[in-house]
Design a protein around this ligand. Sequence first.
Ligand code: ADP
Length: 492
Amino acid sequence: MKDARILIVDDDAALLEALPEALRLRMDGASIDTSETAKEALERIQETDYDAIVTDIKMPGMDGLALLQEIQTLRPGTPTLLITGHGEHDFAVQALRGGAYDFVQKPIDPDYFVASLERAVHVRRLDRQVEKQQLALELHARVLEHVDDGVFLVDAEGLIQHWNPAAEAITGIAAEDALERRADQVLPGWSALGPTVPVAPMPGPGSTEARTLPFELDGLELWISISGVEFEDGVVYAFRNLTEERALEELKGEFVATVSHELRTPLAAIYGSAQTLLRQDLELSEENTQRLLEVIASESERLTRIASDILLASNLDAGRLLLEREAVDLGPLVREVFEEMRLNFANRGNISFELEVPDALPPLEGDGDRLRQVLINLLDNAVKYSPDGGRVELRVEPHERGVRLVVRDEGLGISHADQQRIFGKFYRVDPQQSGGVGGSGLGLYISRELVRRMAGRISVTSREGEGSTFAIELPRTVARSRDEAVPAAQTA
Ligand code: ADP
Protein backbone atom coordinates (compact mmCIF):
# COMPACT_ATOMS: atom_id res chain seq x y z
CA MET A 1 0.00 0.00 0.00
CA LYS A 2 2.20 2.75 -1.23
CA ASP A 3 1.83 6.08 0.51
CA ALA A 4 -1.20 4.99 2.50
CA ARG A 5 -1.70 7.41 5.41
CA ILE A 6 -3.05 5.74 8.50
CA LEU A 7 -3.75 7.04 12.00
CA ILE A 8 -3.88 4.72 14.99
CA VAL A 9 -5.46 5.95 18.22
CA ASP A 10 -4.98 3.94 21.39
CA ASP A 11 -4.21 4.70 25.04
CA ASP A 12 -2.29 1.44 25.32
CA ALA A 13 1.33 2.54 24.77
CA ALA A 14 2.55 -1.00 24.11
CA LEU A 15 -0.02 -1.58 21.41
CA LEU A 16 0.69 1.84 19.96
CA GLU A 17 4.25 0.79 19.47
CA ALA A 18 3.67 -2.73 18.24
CA LEU A 19 0.84 -2.12 15.79
CA PRO A 20 2.58 0.43 13.56
CA GLU A 21 5.62 -1.80 13.38
CA ALA A 22 3.53 -4.76 12.29
CA LEU A 23 1.69 -2.63 9.74
CA ARG A 24 4.84 -1.12 8.28
CA LEU A 25 6.15 -4.61 7.68
CA ARG A 26 3.02 -5.82 5.96
CA MET A 27 1.86 -2.65 4.27
CA ASP A 28 4.84 -1.57 2.27
CA GLY A 29 5.38 2.17 2.21
CA ALA A 30 2.47 3.01 4.49
CA SER A 31 2.97 6.04 6.68
CA ILE A 32 1.51 5.60 10.11
CA ASP A 33 0.78 8.27 12.72
CA THR A 34 -0.24 7.51 16.28
CA SER A 35 -2.17 9.33 18.99
CA GLU A 36 -2.68 8.37 22.60
CA THR A 37 -5.87 10.35 23.06
CA ALA A 38 -8.95 11.09 20.99
CA LYS A 39 -8.33 14.80 21.47
CA GLU A 40 -4.89 14.68 19.95
CA ALA A 41 -6.19 12.41 17.20
CA LEU A 42 -8.83 14.98 16.24
CA GLU A 43 -6.15 17.64 15.88
CA ARG A 44 -4.23 15.40 13.50
CA ILE A 45 -7.36 14.48 11.55
CA GLN A 46 -8.09 18.15 11.14
CA GLU A 47 -4.71 18.61 9.52
CA THR A 48 -4.41 15.40 7.54
CA ASP A 49 -6.86 13.65 5.28
CA TYR A 50 -6.01 10.06 6.31
CA ASP A 51 -6.80 7.09 4.13
CA ALA A 52 -7.99 5.17 7.18
CA ILE A 53 -8.22 5.58 10.95
CA VAL A 54 -7.95 2.83 13.57
CA THR A 55 -9.14 3.57 17.07
CA ASP A 56 -9.53 1.65 20.28
CA ILE A 57 -13.06 1.74 21.54
CA LYS A 58 -12.25 2.04 25.20
CA MET A 59 -10.18 5.07 26.06
CA PRO A 60 -10.19 7.47 28.97
CA GLY A 61 -11.81 10.81 28.16
CA MET A 62 -13.40 10.61 24.76
CA ASP A 63 -13.94 6.96 23.83
CA GLY A 64 -13.71 5.38 20.39
CA LEU A 65 -17.43 5.66 19.67
CA ALA A 66 -17.48 9.38 20.43
CA LEU A 67 -14.36 9.84 18.36
CA LEU A 68 -16.06 7.97 15.51
CA GLN A 69 -18.89 10.48 15.60
CA GLU A 70 -16.47 13.39 15.46
CA ILE A 71 -14.69 11.82 12.51
CA GLN A 72 -18.01 11.38 10.75
CA THR A 73 -18.59 15.13 10.83
CA LEU A 74 -15.00 16.17 10.25
CA ARG A 75 -14.01 13.68 7.56
CA PRO A 76 -17.15 11.78 6.58
CA GLY A 77 -15.33 9.88 3.84
CA THR A 78 -12.56 8.42 5.99
CA PRO A 79 -13.09 4.75 6.85
CA THR A 80 -12.67 4.12 10.57
CA LEU A 81 -11.88 0.73 12.13
CA LEU A 82 -12.59 0.14 15.78
CA ILE A 83 -10.68 -2.18 18.08
CA THR A 84 -12.95 -3.88 20.57
CA GLY A 85 -12.16 -6.08 23.54
CA HIS A 86 -12.75 -9.76 23.27
CA GLY A 87 -16.48 -10.57 23.37
CA GLU A 88 -17.59 -6.93 23.31
CA HIS A 89 -20.18 -7.66 20.70
CA ASP A 90 -22.47 -4.88 21.79
CA PHE A 91 -19.77 -2.34 21.23
CA ALA A 92 -18.98 -3.80 17.86
CA VAL A 93 -22.60 -3.55 16.76
CA GLN A 94 -22.80 0.03 18.07
CA ALA A 95 -19.67 0.88 16.17
CA LEU A 96 -21.01 -0.46 12.91
CA ARG A 97 -24.31 1.34 13.43
CA GLY A 98 -22.37 4.51 14.11
CA GLY A 99 -20.77 4.25 10.68
CA ALA A 100 -17.56 2.36 11.43
CA TYR A 101 -16.02 0.64 8.45
CA ASP A 102 -15.16 -2.52 10.39
CA PHE A 103 -14.16 -3.71 13.85
CA VAL A 104 -11.24 -5.81 15.01
CA GLN A 105 -11.30 -7.85 18.14
CA LYS A 106 -8.53 -8.18 20.62
CA PRO A 107 -6.30 -10.09 20.52
CA ILE A 108 -5.77 -8.70 17.09
CA ASP A 109 -5.48 -11.18 14.28
CA PRO A 110 -2.86 -9.46 12.13
CA ASP A 111 -3.96 -11.07 8.88
CA TYR A 112 -7.53 -10.01 9.31
CA PHE A 113 -6.52 -6.58 10.55
CA VAL A 114 -4.19 -5.86 7.63
CA ALA A 115 -6.65 -7.20 5.05
CA SER A 116 -9.44 -5.06 6.42
CA LEU A 117 -7.23 -2.01 6.62
CA GLU A 118 -6.04 -2.51 3.06
CA ARG A 119 -9.62 -2.77 1.87
CA ALA A 120 -10.47 0.39 3.74
CA VAL A 121 -7.58 2.29 2.17
CA HIS A 122 -8.55 0.97 -1.25
CA VAL A 123 -12.17 2.04 -0.83
CA ARG A 124 -11.07 5.46 0.38
CA ARG A 125 -8.87 5.89 -2.69
CA LEU A 126 -11.65 4.86 -5.04
CA ASP A 127 -13.96 7.33 -3.31
CA ARG A 128 -11.41 10.06 -3.78
CA GLN A 129 -11.09 9.24 -7.47
CA VAL A 130 -14.83 9.32 -7.92
CA GLU A 131 -14.98 12.65 -6.07
CA LYS A 132 -12.26 14.02 -8.32
CA GLN A 133 -13.98 12.81 -11.45
CA GLN A 134 -17.25 14.20 -10.25
CA LEU A 135 -15.61 17.57 -9.64
CA ALA A 136 -14.06 17.48 -13.10
CA LEU A 137 -17.41 16.56 -14.61
CA GLU A 138 -19.12 19.36 -12.73
CA LEU A 139 -16.44 21.73 -13.92
CA HIS A 140 -16.90 20.60 -17.50
CA ALA A 141 -20.62 20.92 -17.18
CA ARG A 142 -20.20 24.44 -15.77
CA VAL A 143 -17.87 25.33 -18.64
CA LEU A 144 -20.40 23.97 -21.11
CA GLU A 145 -23.04 26.18 -19.52
CA HIS A 146 -20.98 29.22 -20.37
CA VAL A 147 -19.49 28.53 -23.78
CA ASP A 148 -20.90 30.37 -26.76
CA ASP A 149 -21.02 27.21 -28.84
CA GLY A 150 -24.06 25.04 -28.71
CA VAL A 151 -23.15 21.61 -27.32
CA PHE A 152 -25.26 18.47 -27.20
CA LEU A 153 -24.59 14.84 -26.54
CA VAL A 154 -26.31 12.04 -28.40
CA ASP A 155 -25.97 8.69 -26.60
CA ALA A 156 -25.58 5.28 -28.17
CA GLU A 157 -29.38 4.95 -28.35
CA GLY A 158 -29.64 8.19 -30.30
CA LEU A 159 -31.12 10.11 -27.36
CA ILE A 160 -29.99 13.62 -26.48
CA GLN A 161 -28.36 13.62 -23.05
CA HIS A 162 -26.97 17.10 -22.79
CA TRP A 163 -28.22 20.37 -24.29
CA ASN A 164 -26.38 23.46 -23.09
CA PRO A 165 -27.78 27.00 -22.78
CA ALA A 166 -26.01 28.11 -25.98
CA ALA A 167 -27.77 25.29 -27.83
CA GLU A 168 -31.03 26.62 -26.40
CA ALA A 169 -30.20 30.17 -27.43
CA ILE A 170 -29.12 29.29 -30.96
CA THR A 171 -31.94 26.91 -31.80
CA GLY A 172 -34.69 28.31 -29.59
CA ILE A 173 -35.28 24.74 -28.35
CA ALA A 174 -35.40 24.47 -24.55
CA ALA A 175 -33.31 21.79 -22.84
CA GLU A 176 -36.45 20.17 -21.42
CA ASP A 177 -37.78 19.73 -24.97
CA ALA A 178 -34.53 18.20 -26.16
CA LEU A 179 -33.30 15.96 -23.34
CA GLU A 180 -34.05 12.24 -23.50
CA ARG A 181 -35.52 12.66 -26.97
CA ARG A 182 -34.23 11.42 -30.28
CA ALA A 183 -32.05 13.94 -32.12
CA ASP A 184 -34.14 13.56 -35.29
CA GLN A 185 -37.27 14.46 -33.35
CA VAL A 186 -35.67 17.54 -31.86
CA LEU A 187 -33.79 18.86 -34.87
CA PRO A 188 -35.87 18.75 -38.02
CA GLY A 189 -33.78 17.34 -40.83
CA TRP A 190 -31.32 15.62 -38.49
CA SER A 191 -31.99 12.16 -39.92
CA ALA A 192 -30.72 13.37 -43.30
CA LEU A 193 -28.12 15.90 -42.16
CA GLY A 194 -26.86 14.21 -38.98
CA PRO A 195 -24.90 11.48 -40.80
CA THR A 196 -23.11 14.13 -42.87
CA VAL A 197 -21.71 15.89 -39.80
CA PRO A 198 -17.97 15.16 -39.50
CA VAL A 199 -17.29 13.18 -36.34
CA ALA A 200 -13.74 12.75 -35.01
CA PRO A 201 -12.97 9.46 -33.25
CA MET A 202 -11.49 11.02 -30.10
CA PRO A 203 -11.04 14.53 -28.75
CA GLY A 204 -7.70 16.13 -29.47
CA PRO A 205 -5.91 18.52 -31.73
CA GLY A 206 -6.65 16.39 -34.76
CA SER A 207 -10.39 16.91 -34.48
CA THR A 208 -12.31 17.32 -37.71
CA GLU A 209 -13.31 20.50 -39.47
CA ALA A 210 -16.87 21.61 -38.94
CA ARG A 211 -19.45 21.53 -41.68
CA THR A 212 -22.01 24.23 -42.34
CA LEU A 213 -25.52 22.87 -42.70
CA PRO A 214 -28.99 24.39 -42.95
CA PHE A 215 -31.72 23.42 -40.49
CA GLU A 216 -35.24 24.70 -40.71
CA LEU A 217 -36.56 25.68 -37.32
CA ASP A 218 -39.95 27.31 -36.94
CA GLY A 219 -39.99 28.15 -40.63
CA LEU A 220 -36.67 30.01 -40.37
CA GLU A 221 -33.50 28.79 -41.96
CA LEU A 222 -30.72 28.32 -39.46
CA TRP A 223 -27.21 27.74 -40.81
CA ILE A 224 -24.98 26.08 -38.28
CA SER A 225 -21.39 25.05 -38.43
CA ILE A 226 -21.21 21.71 -36.65
CA SER A 227 -18.78 18.91 -35.84
CA GLY A 228 -18.74 16.00 -33.44
CA VAL A 229 -16.40 13.94 -31.30
CA GLU A 230 -17.11 10.31 -30.63
CA PHE A 231 -16.92 9.00 -27.07
CA GLU A 232 -17.60 5.58 -25.64
CA ASP A 233 -21.13 6.57 -24.71
CA GLY A 234 -22.07 8.50 -27.79
CA VAL A 235 -21.18 11.59 -29.76
CA VAL A 236 -20.75 15.13 -28.47
CA TYR A 237 -21.65 17.75 -31.07
CA ALA A 238 -20.55 21.39 -30.94
CA PHE A 239 -22.06 23.98 -33.21
CA ARG A 240 -22.25 27.70 -33.82
CA ASN A 241 -24.72 29.91 -35.60
CA LEU A 242 -23.53 31.06 -39.01
CA THR A 243 -26.89 32.33 -40.26
CA GLU A 244 -25.81 35.97 -40.30
CA GLU A 245 -22.50 35.25 -41.99
CA ARG A 246 -24.35 33.15 -44.49
CA ALA A 247 -26.85 35.97 -45.12
CA LEU A 248 -23.94 38.34 -45.65
CA GLU A 249 -22.37 35.92 -48.10
CA GLU A 250 -25.65 35.74 -49.94
CA LEU A 251 -25.91 39.51 -49.89
CA LYS A 252 -22.45 39.75 -51.39
CA GLY A 253 -23.41 37.20 -54.01
CA GLU A 254 -26.53 39.20 -54.77
CA PHE A 255 -24.44 42.31 -55.01
CA VAL A 256 -22.13 40.74 -57.53
CA ALA A 257 -25.18 39.63 -59.48
CA THR A 258 -26.73 43.10 -59.20
CA VAL A 259 -23.58 44.89 -60.20
CA SER A 260 -22.86 42.63 -63.12
CA HIS A 261 -26.45 43.04 -64.24
CA GLU A 262 -26.15 46.80 -63.86
CA LEU A 263 -22.93 46.80 -65.84
CA ARG A 264 -24.23 44.55 -68.54
CA THR A 265 -27.18 46.77 -69.44
CA PRO A 266 -25.20 49.93 -70.28
CA LEU A 267 -22.41 47.86 -71.83
CA ALA A 268 -24.89 46.18 -74.14
CA ALA A 269 -26.29 49.55 -75.18
CA ILE A 270 -22.81 50.95 -75.81
CA TYR A 271 -21.72 47.85 -77.68
CA GLY A 272 -24.87 47.80 -79.81
CA SER A 273 -24.61 51.49 -80.67
CA ALA A 274 -20.92 51.25 -81.54
CA GLN A 275 -21.47 48.17 -83.71
CA THR A 276 -24.23 49.96 -85.60
CA LEU A 277 -22.01 52.99 -86.14
CA LEU A 278 -19.24 50.74 -87.42
CA ARG A 279 -21.33 49.00 -90.04
CA GLN A 280 -20.20 49.94 -93.53
CA ASP A 281 -23.34 48.68 -95.17
CA LEU A 282 -25.63 51.05 -93.31
CA GLU A 283 -26.31 54.57 -94.48
CA LEU A 284 -27.03 56.29 -91.15
CA SER A 285 -28.73 59.65 -91.14
CA GLU A 286 -27.02 62.43 -89.24
CA GLU A 287 -29.84 62.31 -86.74
CA ASN A 288 -29.47 58.57 -86.12
CA THR A 289 -25.71 58.85 -85.82
CA GLN A 290 -26.22 61.60 -83.27
CA ARG A 291 -28.69 59.45 -81.31
CA LEU A 292 -26.34 56.50 -81.20
CA LEU A 293 -23.50 58.68 -80.02
CA GLU A 294 -25.72 60.09 -77.31
CA VAL A 295 -26.55 56.56 -76.14
CA ILE A 296 -22.84 55.78 -75.96
CA ALA A 297 -22.15 58.96 -74.02
CA SER A 298 -24.99 58.58 -71.54
CA GLU A 299 -24.48 54.86 -70.97
CA SER A 300 -20.76 55.40 -70.45
CA GLU A 301 -21.68 58.00 -67.89
CA ARG A 302 -23.92 55.46 -66.15
CA LEU A 303 -21.08 52.97 -66.06
CA THR A 304 -18.77 55.57 -64.59
CA ARG A 305 -21.38 56.37 -61.96
CA ILE A 306 -21.71 52.75 -60.85
CA ALA A 307 -17.94 52.31 -60.73
CA SER A 308 -17.46 55.50 -58.72
CA ASP A 309 -20.27 54.54 -56.31
CA ILE A 310 -18.52 51.28 -55.57
CA LEU A 311 -15.23 53.06 -55.09
CA LEU A 312 -16.79 55.75 -52.92
CA ALA A 313 -18.54 53.19 -50.71
CA SER A 314 -15.31 51.31 -50.22
CA ASN A 315 -13.44 54.53 -49.40
CA LEU A 316 -16.11 55.45 -46.89
CA ASP A 317 -15.80 52.01 -45.29
CA ALA A 318 -12.05 52.27 -45.11
CA GLY A 319 -12.25 55.77 -43.59
CA ARG A 320 -10.24 57.11 -46.50
CA LEU A 321 -12.61 59.86 -47.50
CA LEU A 322 -11.93 63.43 -46.41
CA LEU A 323 -14.73 65.94 -46.65
CA GLU A 324 -14.19 69.63 -47.30
CA ARG A 325 -15.14 72.11 -44.69
CA GLU A 326 -16.15 75.25 -46.51
CA ALA A 327 -18.91 77.83 -46.52
CA VAL A 328 -21.80 76.47 -48.53
CA ASP A 329 -24.27 78.85 -50.13
CA LEU A 330 -27.24 76.56 -49.99
CA GLY A 331 -29.77 78.58 -52.04
CA PRO A 332 -27.82 78.58 -55.32
CA LEU A 333 -26.59 75.01 -54.77
CA VAL A 334 -30.12 73.66 -54.36
CA ARG A 335 -31.47 75.63 -57.34
CA GLU A 336 -28.65 74.42 -59.55
CA VAL A 337 -29.15 70.76 -58.63
CA PHE A 338 -32.87 71.10 -59.10
CA GLU A 339 -32.53 72.61 -62.59
CA GLU A 340 -30.01 69.98 -63.59
CA MET A 341 -32.31 67.16 -62.51
CA ARG A 342 -35.30 68.73 -64.21
CA LEU A 343 -33.40 68.91 -67.48
CA ASN A 344 -32.06 65.38 -67.08
CA PHE A 345 -35.49 63.96 -66.59
CA ALA A 346 -37.26 66.18 -69.12
CA ASN A 347 -38.09 63.11 -71.16
CA ARG A 348 -39.23 61.02 -68.18
CA GLY A 349 -43.07 60.58 -68.38
CA ASN A 350 -44.12 64.14 -67.54
CA ILE A 351 -43.01 64.13 -63.96
CA SER A 352 -43.65 67.51 -62.44
CA PHE A 353 -40.92 69.09 -60.33
CA GLU A 354 -41.45 71.61 -57.58
CA LEU A 355 -38.92 73.62 -55.66
CA GLU A 356 -39.38 75.61 -52.50
CA VAL A 357 -36.40 77.53 -51.16
CA PRO A 358 -36.71 80.46 -48.77
CA ASP A 359 -34.81 83.58 -49.77
CA ALA A 360 -32.82 83.75 -46.59
CA LEU A 361 -31.08 80.65 -45.35
CA PRO A 362 -28.61 80.31 -42.51
CA PRO A 363 -24.98 80.02 -43.65
CA LEU A 364 -23.76 76.46 -43.74
CA GLU A 365 -20.35 74.93 -43.39
CA GLY A 366 -19.68 71.62 -45.09
CA ASP A 367 -18.75 69.93 -48.32
CA GLY A 368 -20.82 71.49 -51.13
CA ASP A 369 -19.96 68.85 -53.72
CA ARG A 370 -20.85 65.98 -51.42
CA LEU A 371 -24.10 67.64 -50.44
CA ARG A 372 -24.89 68.09 -54.12
CA GLN A 373 -24.21 64.38 -54.63
CA VAL A 374 -26.62 63.42 -51.85
CA LEU A 375 -29.36 65.64 -53.24
CA ILE A 376 -28.91 64.29 -56.74
CA ASN A 377 -29.16 60.76 -55.40
CA LEU A 378 -32.38 61.47 -53.49
CA LEU A 379 -33.96 63.29 -56.44
CA ASP A 380 -32.81 60.56 -58.79
CA ASN A 381 -34.48 57.94 -56.59
CA ALA A 382 -37.63 60.06 -56.27
CA VAL A 383 -37.96 60.10 -60.06
CA LYS A 384 -36.82 56.50 -60.53
CA TYR A 385 -39.41 55.16 -58.13
CA SER A 386 -42.27 57.41 -59.30
CA PRO A 387 -44.89 56.45 -61.85
CA ASP A 388 -45.34 58.59 -64.95
CA GLY A 389 -47.16 61.78 -64.13
CA GLY A 390 -45.81 61.77 -60.58
CA ARG A 391 -44.76 64.83 -58.63
CA VAL A 392 -41.32 65.34 -57.11
CA GLU A 393 -40.75 68.10 -54.63
CA LEU A 394 -37.57 69.59 -53.23
CA ARG A 395 -38.00 71.83 -50.23
CA VAL A 396 -35.50 73.62 -48.05
CA GLU A 397 -36.55 74.99 -44.71
CA PRO A 398 -34.80 76.43 -41.67
CA HIS A 399 -34.47 74.02 -38.81
CA GLU A 400 -33.65 74.61 -35.15
CA ARG A 401 -30.00 73.56 -35.56
CA GLY A 402 -29.58 74.60 -39.17
CA VAL A 403 -31.52 73.54 -42.23
CA ARG A 404 -33.68 70.72 -43.39
CA LEU A 405 -33.76 69.57 -47.01
CA VAL A 406 -36.77 67.52 -47.99
CA VAL A 407 -37.21 65.39 -51.12
CA ARG A 408 -40.75 64.13 -51.50
CA ASP A 409 -42.32 61.94 -54.12
CA GLU A 410 -45.69 60.33 -54.76
CA GLY A 411 -44.19 57.12 -56.03
CA LEU A 412 -44.11 53.48 -54.95
CA GLY A 413 -43.40 54.12 -51.30
CA ILE A 414 -41.34 51.84 -49.06
CA SER A 415 -42.68 49.26 -46.61
CA HIS A 416 -42.01 49.82 -42.94
CA ALA A 417 -39.60 46.88 -42.77
CA ASP A 418 -37.65 48.11 -45.79
CA GLN A 419 -37.40 51.63 -44.37
CA GLN A 420 -35.05 50.23 -41.74
CA ARG A 421 -32.88 48.57 -44.34
CA ILE A 422 -32.63 50.79 -47.40
CA PHE A 423 -29.73 52.75 -45.93
CA GLY A 424 -27.74 49.55 -45.61
CA LYS A 425 -24.98 48.84 -48.04
CA PHE A 426 -26.15 47.11 -51.24
CA TYR A 427 -29.67 46.84 -49.96
CA ARG A 428 -32.28 46.95 -52.69
CA VAL A 429 -35.98 46.34 -52.32
CA ASP A 430 -37.05 43.34 -54.33
CA PRO A 431 -37.09 44.64 -57.95
CA GLN A 432 -40.53 43.07 -58.38
CA GLN A 433 -41.83 45.44 -55.75
CA SER A 434 -39.79 48.42 -56.83
CA GLY A 435 -41.04 48.39 -60.39
CA GLY A 436 -38.03 46.53 -61.82
CA VAL A 437 -35.93 49.69 -61.66
CA GLY A 438 -32.19 49.10 -61.74
CA GLY A 439 -29.63 50.30 -59.23
CA SER A 440 -26.68 49.18 -57.15
CA GLY A 441 -28.23 49.63 -53.72
CA LEU A 442 -25.37 51.91 -52.78
CA GLY A 443 -26.97 55.34 -53.28
CA LEU A 444 -28.69 55.65 -49.91
CA TYR A 445 -25.80 54.04 -48.07
CA ILE A 446 -23.41 56.61 -49.52
CA SER A 447 -25.90 59.42 -48.87
CA ARG A 448 -26.29 58.48 -45.24
CA GLU A 449 -22.56 58.13 -44.69
CA LEU A 450 -21.85 61.51 -46.30
CA VAL A 451 -24.57 63.26 -44.30
CA ARG A 452 -23.26 61.69 -41.10
CA ARG A 453 -19.83 63.00 -41.89
CA MET A 454 -21.32 66.48 -42.13
CA ALA A 455 -22.73 65.93 -38.63
CA GLY A 456 -26.21 65.72 -40.05
CA ARG A 457 -28.82 62.99 -40.25
CA ILE A 458 -30.99 61.53 -42.94
CA SER A 459 -34.37 59.91 -42.43
CA VAL A 460 -37.31 58.58 -44.35
CA THR A 461 -41.06 58.51 -43.89
CA SER A 462 -43.10 56.61 -46.38
CA ARG A 463 -46.30 54.77 -47.07
CA GLU A 464 -46.50 52.02 -49.61
CA GLY A 465 -48.30 53.17 -52.73
CA GLU A 466 -48.44 56.77 -51.57
CA GLY A 467 -44.87 58.01 -51.80
CA SER A 468 -41.81 58.72 -49.73
CA THR A 469 -40.25 61.70 -48.02
CA PHE A 470 -36.50 61.78 -47.39
CA ALA A 471 -35.27 64.51 -45.06
CA ILE A 472 -31.71 65.67 -44.42
CA GLU A 473 -31.01 67.79 -41.37
CA LEU A 474 -27.74 69.68 -41.35
CA PRO A 475 -26.31 71.80 -38.56
CA ARG A 476 -25.16 75.34 -39.31
CA THR A 477 -21.57 74.58 -38.56
CA VAL A 478 -20.08 71.25 -39.26
CA ALA A 479 -17.72 70.63 -36.42
CA ARG A 480 -16.34 67.46 -37.93
CA SER A 481 -15.25 67.45 -41.49
CA ARG A 482 -13.01 64.39 -41.37
CA ASP A 483 -14.71 61.11 -41.58
CA GLU A 484 -12.37 59.53 -39.03
CA ALA A 485 -14.12 61.59 -36.38
CA VAL A 486 -17.34 59.71 -37.02
CA PRO A 487 -17.47 56.07 -36.12
CA ALA A 488 -18.54 53.97 -39.08
CA ALA A 489 -22.09 52.77 -38.92
CA GLN A 490 -22.82 49.09 -38.44
CA THR A 491 -24.40 48.03 -41.65
CA ALA A 492 -24.85 44.81 -43.44
P1 ADP B 1 -30.64 51.91 -55.78
O1 ADP B 1 -31.67 52.94 -56.07
O2 ADP B 1 -29.42 52.03 -56.58
O3 ADP B 1 -31.20 50.54 -55.74
P2 ADP B 1 -30.44 53.16 -53.19
O4 ADP B 1 -29.50 52.88 -52.09
O5 ADP B 1 -30.50 54.53 -53.70
O6 ADP B 1 -30.09 52.13 -54.31
O7 ADP B 1 -31.87 52.73 -52.71
C1 ADP B 1 -32.06 51.50 -52.06
C2 ADP B 1 -33.47 50.99 -52.27
O8 ADP B 1 -34.41 51.86 -51.63
C3 ADP B 1 -33.90 51.01 -53.73
O9 ADP B 1 -33.57 49.79 -54.35
C4 ADP B 1 -35.38 51.23 -53.68
O10 ADP B 1 -36.05 50.01 -53.60
C5 ADP B 1 -35.60 51.96 -52.36
N1 ADP B 1 -35.85 53.40 -52.58
C6 ADP B 1 -34.96 54.41 -52.52
N2 ADP B 1 -35.56 55.59 -52.75
C7 ADP B 1 -36.87 55.33 -52.96
C8 ADP B 1 -38.01 56.14 -53.24
N3 ADP B 1 -37.94 57.46 -53.35
N4 ADP B 1 -39.21 55.50 -53.39
C9 ADP B 1 -39.31 54.16 -53.28
N5 ADP B 1 -38.26 53.35 -53.01
C10 ADP B 1 -37.07 53.92 -52.85
